[in-house]
Ligand binder design. Structure first.
Ligand SMILES: C[S@@+](CC[C@H](N)C(=O)[O-])C[C@H]1O[C@@H](n2cnc3c(N)ncnc32)[C@H](O)[C@@H]1O
Length: 228
Protein backbone atom coordinates (compact mmCIF):
# COMPACT_ATOMS: atom_id res chain seq x y z
CA UNK A 1 0.00 0.00 0.00
CA UNK A 2 1.27 3.46 -0.87
CA UNK A 3 2.98 5.42 1.92
CA UNK A 4 1.23 3.32 4.56
CA UNK A 5 4.43 2.91 6.59
CA UNK A 6 4.88 6.68 6.91
CA UNK A 7 1.30 7.08 8.18
CA UNK A 8 1.51 4.11 10.53
CA UNK A 9 4.74 5.52 12.02
CA UNK A 10 3.04 8.87 12.48
CA UNK A 11 0.19 7.30 14.47
CA UNK A 12 2.61 5.22 16.56
CA UNK A 13 4.76 8.28 17.29
CA UNK A 14 2.56 11.32 16.60
CA UNK A 15 4.30 14.51 15.44
CA UNK A 16 1.62 16.19 13.37
CA UNK A 17 -1.63 14.34 13.91
CA UNK A 18 -3.98 16.04 16.33
CA UNK A 19 -5.74 14.27 19.23
CA UNK A 20 -8.91 16.29 18.59
CA UNK A 21 -12.04 14.18 18.58
CA UNK A 22 -14.44 16.69 17.03
CA UNK A 23 -14.44 17.85 13.40
CA UNK A 24 -12.47 20.94 12.41
CA UNK A 25 -14.36 24.24 12.07
CA UNK A 26 -13.96 24.01 8.26
CA UNK A 27 -15.81 20.69 8.26
CA UNK A 28 -18.53 21.93 10.63
CA UNK A 29 -19.03 24.96 8.33
CA UNK A 30 -19.55 22.59 5.39
CA UNK A 31 -22.14 20.65 7.43
CA UNK A 32 -23.97 23.94 8.11
CA UNK A 33 -23.90 24.71 4.38
CA UNK A 34 -25.39 21.27 3.65
CA UNK A 35 -28.25 22.01 6.00
CA UNK A 36 -28.91 25.62 5.00
CA UNK A 37 -28.23 25.61 1.27
CA UNK A 38 -28.54 21.95 0.37
CA UNK A 39 -31.54 21.38 2.66
CA UNK A 40 -29.87 18.21 3.94
CA UNK A 41 -30.31 17.23 7.58
CA UNK A 42 -27.28 15.37 8.88
CA UNK A 43 -29.13 12.22 9.86
CA UNK A 44 -29.97 8.95 8.14
CA UNK A 45 -27.30 9.59 5.53
CA UNK A 46 -24.81 7.02 4.29
CA UNK A 47 -21.37 8.59 4.59
CA UNK A 48 -17.90 7.58 3.43
CA UNK A 49 -14.93 9.15 5.26
CA UNK A 50 -11.70 8.78 3.23
CA UNK A 51 -8.57 8.56 5.38
CA UNK A 52 -10.69 8.55 8.54
CA UNK A 53 -7.71 8.84 10.92
CA UNK A 54 -8.74 8.69 14.58
CA UNK A 55 -12.40 9.12 13.63
CA UNK A 56 -13.03 12.75 14.50
CA UNK A 57 -15.39 13.19 11.51
CA UNK A 58 -16.78 9.67 11.20
CA UNK A 59 -17.64 9.27 14.90
CA UNK A 60 -19.27 12.71 15.03
CA UNK A 61 -21.48 11.90 12.04
CA UNK A 62 -22.41 8.48 13.44
CA UNK A 63 -23.41 10.13 16.72
CA UNK A 64 -25.85 12.31 14.75
CA UNK A 65 -27.53 9.18 13.41
CA UNK A 66 -25.78 8.53 10.09
CA UNK A 67 -24.40 5.23 8.79
CA UNK A 68 -20.67 5.87 8.40
CA UNK A 69 -17.82 3.91 6.87
CA UNK A 70 -14.21 5.02 7.23
CA UNK A 71 -11.37 3.90 4.94
CA UNK A 72 -7.90 4.16 6.44
CA UNK A 73 -4.42 2.71 5.81
CA UNK A 74 -3.07 2.92 9.34
CA UNK A 75 -4.13 0.04 11.64
CA UNK A 76 -3.17 2.12 14.71
CA UNK A 77 -5.45 4.96 13.57
CA UNK A 78 -8.27 2.46 13.11
CA UNK A 79 -7.73 1.08 16.63
CA UNK A 80 -7.90 4.60 18.07
CA UNK A 81 -11.01 5.47 16.05
CA UNK A 82 -12.73 2.23 17.07
CA UNK A 83 -11.97 2.67 20.76
CA UNK A 84 -13.32 6.24 20.64
CA UNK A 85 -16.46 4.97 18.91
CA UNK A 86 -16.86 2.37 21.66
CA UNK A 87 -16.54 5.03 24.37
CA UNK A 88 -19.18 7.09 22.56
CA UNK A 89 -21.41 3.97 22.24
CA UNK A 90 -21.78 4.40 18.51
CA UNK A 91 -21.08 2.17 15.54
CA UNK A 92 -18.79 3.03 12.64
CA UNK A 93 -17.33 0.54 10.18
CA UNK A 94 -13.60 1.20 9.86
CA UNK A 95 -11.89 -0.67 7.01
CA UNK A 96 -8.17 -1.01 6.40
CA UNK A 97 -8.19 0.10 2.78
CA UNK A 98 -6.18 2.27 0.39
CA UNK A 99 -8.25 5.20 -0.93
CA UNK A 100 -6.16 5.13 -4.13
CA UNK A 101 -7.45 1.66 -5.07
CA UNK A 102 -10.88 0.31 -6.11
CA UNK A 103 -13.45 0.70 -3.28
CA UNK A 104 -15.36 -2.32 -1.94
CA UNK A 105 -18.80 -0.76 -2.47
CA UNK A 106 -21.48 -0.80 -5.14
CA UNK A 107 -22.31 2.11 -7.43
CA UNK A 108 -24.21 5.03 -5.87
CA UNK A 109 -23.91 3.81 -2.26
CA UNK A 110 -23.19 7.10 -0.45
CA UNK A 111 -25.02 10.39 0.09
CA UNK A 112 -21.86 12.12 1.25
CA UNK A 113 -18.10 11.56 0.88
CA UNK A 114 -15.46 13.38 2.93
CA UNK A 115 -11.76 13.74 2.22
CA UNK A 116 -10.30 15.90 4.97
CA UNK A 117 -6.60 16.32 4.06
CA UNK A 118 -6.29 12.61 3.20
CA UNK A 119 -5.66 12.45 -0.56
CA UNK A 120 -2.64 14.82 -0.64
CA UNK A 121 -0.29 11.85 -0.32
CA UNK A 122 -1.68 9.94 -3.32
CA UNK A 123 0.37 9.82 -6.52
CA UNK A 124 -1.23 10.82 -9.82
CA UNK A 125 -2.21 7.26 -10.79
CA UNK A 126 -3.82 6.63 -7.38
CA UNK A 127 -5.51 10.07 -7.57
CA UNK A 128 -7.22 9.12 -10.86
CA UNK A 129 -8.57 5.94 -9.22
CA UNK A 130 -9.71 7.91 -6.12
CA UNK A 131 -11.59 10.43 -8.31
CA UNK A 132 -13.35 7.85 -10.44
CA UNK A 133 -14.15 5.68 -7.41
CA UNK A 134 -15.65 8.57 -5.43
CA UNK A 135 -17.73 9.45 -8.49
CA UNK A 136 -18.85 5.83 -8.85
CA UNK A 137 -19.86 5.24 -5.20
CA UNK A 138 -21.50 8.66 -4.67
CA UNK A 139 -25.23 8.88 -5.36
CA UNK A 140 -26.47 11.29 -7.99
CA UNK A 141 -27.15 14.54 -6.09
CA UNK A 142 -24.69 13.46 -3.38
CA UNK A 143 -22.06 15.81 -1.94
CA UNK A 144 -18.27 15.54 -1.80
CA UNK A 145 -16.18 17.68 0.59
CA UNK A 146 -12.43 17.97 0.08
CA UNK A 147 -9.84 19.79 2.15
CA UNK A 148 -6.56 19.69 0.23
CA UNK A 149 -3.20 21.43 0.23
CA UNK A 150 -3.01 24.70 -1.73
CA UNK A 151 0.13 25.87 -3.52
CA UNK A 152 -0.76 29.52 -4.09
CA UNK A 153 0.57 31.85 -1.43
CA UNK A 154 2.07 28.99 0.60
CA UNK A 155 5.74 29.85 1.16
CA UNK A 156 6.37 26.60 3.04
CA UNK A 157 5.06 24.50 0.15
CA UNK A 158 7.14 26.43 -2.39
CA UNK A 159 10.30 26.08 -0.26
CA UNK A 160 9.71 22.35 0.22
CA UNK A 161 9.20 21.79 -3.54
CA UNK A 162 12.50 23.56 -4.17
CA UNK A 163 14.56 21.92 -1.43
CA UNK A 164 13.04 18.44 -1.41
CA UNK A 165 11.09 17.76 -4.61
CA UNK A 166 9.23 14.51 -5.18
CA UNK A 167 9.19 12.81 -8.58
CA UNK A 168 5.88 14.30 -9.74
CA UNK A 169 5.22 18.03 -10.32
CA UNK A 170 4.19 20.04 -7.26
CA UNK A 171 5.20 17.29 -4.85
CA UNK A 172 7.76 17.40 -2.05
CA UNK A 173 9.15 14.96 0.47
CA UNK A 174 8.09 15.84 3.98
CA UNK A 175 11.29 14.54 5.60
CA UNK A 176 9.97 14.58 9.16
CA UNK A 177 7.31 12.05 8.22
CA UNK A 178 9.13 10.57 5.22
CA UNK A 179 5.99 11.28 3.24
CA UNK A 180 5.48 12.63 -0.29
CA UNK A 181 2.71 15.22 -0.54
CA UNK A 182 1.15 17.13 -3.43
CA UNK A 183 -0.01 20.75 -3.40
CA UNK A 184 -2.53 22.14 -5.90
CA UNK A 185 -2.88 25.42 -7.74
CA UNK A 186 -6.47 26.57 -8.14
CA UNK A 187 -6.39 25.66 -11.84
CA UNK A 188 -4.96 22.18 -11.16
CA UNK A 189 -7.59 21.55 -8.52
CA UNK A 190 -10.40 22.62 -10.87
CA UNK A 191 -8.98 20.60 -13.78
CA UNK A 192 -8.90 17.45 -11.66
CA UNK A 193 -12.22 17.64 -9.84
CA UNK A 194 -14.45 19.43 -12.37
CA UNK A 195 -14.06 16.44 -14.72
CA UNK A 196 -16.32 14.54 -12.33
CA UNK A 197 -18.13 16.94 -10.00
CA UNK A 198 -19.82 20.30 -9.98
CA UNK A 199 -17.68 22.57 -7.81
CA UNK A 200 -20.15 24.65 -5.84
CA UNK A 201 -17.60 26.50 -3.70
CA UNK A 202 -13.81 26.61 -3.71
CA UNK A 203 -12.43 28.51 -0.75
CA UNK A 204 -8.78 29.27 0.01
CA UNK A 205 -8.06 29.02 3.71
CA UNK A 206 -4.97 29.58 5.84
CA UNK A 207 -4.34 27.39 8.86
CA UNK A 208 -1.42 27.18 11.25
CA UNK A 209 0.09 23.74 11.83
CA UNK A 210 2.27 23.09 14.89
CA UNK A 211 5.21 20.75 14.42
CA UNK A 212 7.99 20.14 16.96
CA UNK A 213 7.18 23.36 18.82
CA UNK A 214 7.13 25.52 15.66
CA UNK A 215 4.12 27.01 13.94
CA UNK A 216 3.87 26.74 10.12
CA UNK A 217 1.44 28.70 7.97
CA UNK A 218 -0.18 26.44 5.36
CA UNK A 219 -2.85 27.16 2.76
CA UNK A 220 -5.69 24.80 1.96
CA UNK A 221 -8.50 24.42 -0.55
CA UNK A 222 -11.95 23.75 0.83
CA UNK A 223 -14.13 22.37 -1.94
CA UNK A 224 -17.89 21.82 -1.74
CA UNK A 225 -18.85 19.58 -4.65
CA UNK A 226 -21.88 17.72 -5.95
CA UNK A 227 -22.42 14.84 -8.34
CA UNK A 228 -24.97 16.01 -10.87
C1 LIG B 1 -3.92 14.39 7.76
S1 LIG B 1 -4.67 12.90 8.23
C2 LIG B 1 -6.38 13.39 8.34
C3 LIG B 1 -7.23 12.40 9.09
C4 LIG B 1 -8.74 12.72 9.13
N1 LIG B 1 -9.28 12.83 7.80
C5 LIG B 1 -9.00 13.96 9.93
O1 LIG B 1 -9.59 14.91 9.41
O2 LIG B 1 -8.66 13.98 11.12
C6 LIG B 1 -4.64 11.95 6.72
C7 LIG B 1 -5.19 10.57 6.92
O3 LIG B 1 -5.29 9.91 5.67
C8 LIG B 1 -4.80 8.59 5.81
N2 LIG B 1 -4.34 8.16 4.48
C9 LIG B 1 -3.32 8.67 3.75
N3 LIG B 1 -3.18 8.02 2.58
C10 LIG B 1 -4.14 7.07 2.56
C11 LIG B 1 -4.51 6.07 1.63
N4 LIG B 1 -3.86 5.91 0.48
N5 LIG B 1 -5.55 5.26 1.94
C12 LIG B 1 -6.24 5.40 3.12
N6 LIG B 1 -5.92 6.33 4.05
C13 LIG B 1 -4.90 7.16 3.77
C14 LIG B 1 -3.67 8.71 6.82
O4 LIG B 1 -3.32 7.50 7.43
C15 LIG B 1 -4.30 9.70 7.79
O5 LIG B 1 -5.08 9.07 8.75
Amino acid sequence: MPQDIAWENEYQNPQLITKEDRPQKDVLRFFKFLKKVGGIALENLTVLDLGSGTGRNANYLAELGNKVIGLEISPTAIDLAESRAKEMRIEVEYLLHDIGSVYPFGNETFDLVLDVTSSNSLNSKEREIYLSEVFRVLKKGGYFFVKGLCKEGDKNAKALIKINPGLEPDTYINEDMNLIERVFTQQDFINLYAKYFKIIKLIKKTNYTRFRGQSYKRNFWLAYMKKI
